[in-house]
Design a protein around this ligand. Sequence first.
Ligand SMILES: CC(C)(COP(=O)(O)OP(=O)(O)OC[C@H]1O[C@@H](n2cnc3c(N)ncnc32)[C@H](O)[C@@H]1OP(=O)(O)O)[C@@H](O)C(=O)NCCC(=O)NCCS
Length: 443
Amino acid sequence: MTEQRAAETFDERYAMRWVAPAAPVDGVVDDEMNGIVDAMNLGFHVSRQTPESVAFTVSNWAASDLELLCVYRRHPQPDSMDAAAPIGTFGALPKRLSWGDGSDIDTFAVIGVTVRATERRRGVLRAMMTNALHRAAENGYALASLTASEGTIYRRFGFGPALRERSVTVTRDRALPLLVETSGEVVVVEPSSLADGVGRAVFDRFHARTLGSMVRNLSTWPEVFGLRGDDGKPDAGLRAAVHRPRADAEPDGYVTYRFVDTDDHGSRIKVEDLVYADEQAYLALWDFLLSIDLVTAVRYPFARIPDPITHVLTDNRAFDIDHEEDHVWLRVLDAASVLSSRPYAADGTVVLDVADALGFATGVFELTVQGGRGTVSRLGRSDGERMPAALSLDVATLGSVLLGAVDAAELHDVGLITGPRADAELLSAMLRPARTPHGITYF
Ligand SMILES: CC(C)(COP(=O)(O)OP(=O)(O)OC[C@H]1O[C@@H](n2cnc3c(N)ncnc32)[C@H](O)[C@@H]1OP(=O)(O)O)[C@@H](O)C(=O)NCCC(=O)NCCS
């Protein structure tokens, strides 16, 4: 088996090609798209979809400018799935990342990465990722992004975890009253009423002010508004409420949630989506959630770190962290372009000596910030020479500190950034976000 593997080259065994999803015709999806959806569902342990559901998926892909990189066996066993479906899938679509000051940057967002279990560790992922990152760079993307199903795969390709997320539970009996008066009014609505532009308008306001927010996939909206559950039918268990700052104003926050009966912890409310244009809306919606009777606790899987709700609970110990992990990973492709696109919190000059095993972002960059805007010049360096007074870091570490949610001075202390500590402190001050970054988009 091992000898056979060694003898067969990648190109002898596989054919790799980009595919633009063809929109379904009269609800019918072509064989190629059916095979790709099947392969992704197998890879992610998701049940087979109905033809209607496959058409929904593929329509959204086509409408989102998603492109698919697929790897096929050249000589599949005729009775195998490999004959009808790719053994490797890789999707990419444009997705904007917010800098939190109303500006944002387009990212090459990676989704749907799977490799058939029978073809693992033959370099399929590496071939797809390398090909795709070159395509992204050629198409002018300065940044790539993803959310990972495992934490150990993507660093080797230059992605760094830039934003983390927490699942938290707030126990009701000790939480209220909040230490501050909430303002405005919360009312219960049908979730489907949010689909009429209201929900997306609130999200747009959230996105504009929240560093790290990413626009959502088209397919996300029908799910969060309860129009489509996992089975493609309306989600009968989903509930919703909106917050208005005044009775005659448009909603500036909404929450969708469901009742969950668990054996071990009693009945709970689980928050599905909580979107807020400001902290007043956020606190008022929490106040509402914690006021719902016949449940012991509210579970919120996508909390900010840190979450300001802890400051205003009667008993701050009502707030428990259940789990924390990486959320958004960023991969810098063009360091000068990314660094000059974001706003900064402090003025000064730092020199960054960036190492990138794939070559895209390798170089020495002088970042000068004046009045909150950065300009970047690339410094020359002869081979092997280290720049004096520069901060040296890997491209994945650059991706990690980019949002300011991961502190550059801390990464200096643990050795991921080297050079003068004062420069790492300055970089940290420059990158410090105006308010806590928060990602509530999954892709
Ligand atoms: C993760 C997955 C895509 C890897 O595919 P693959 O074709 O076997 O990977 P490759 O052979 O190209 O290996 C590339 C590198 O990643 C490493 N790697 C691959 N899978 C890994 C994993 N699960 N954990 C840690 N490292 C992994 C390999 O060791 C190799 O390292 P190297 O190049 O430094 O030697 C595949 O196992 C898979 O489909 N998993 C299930 C779905 C999934 O988790 N997708 C990720 C969604 S975000």
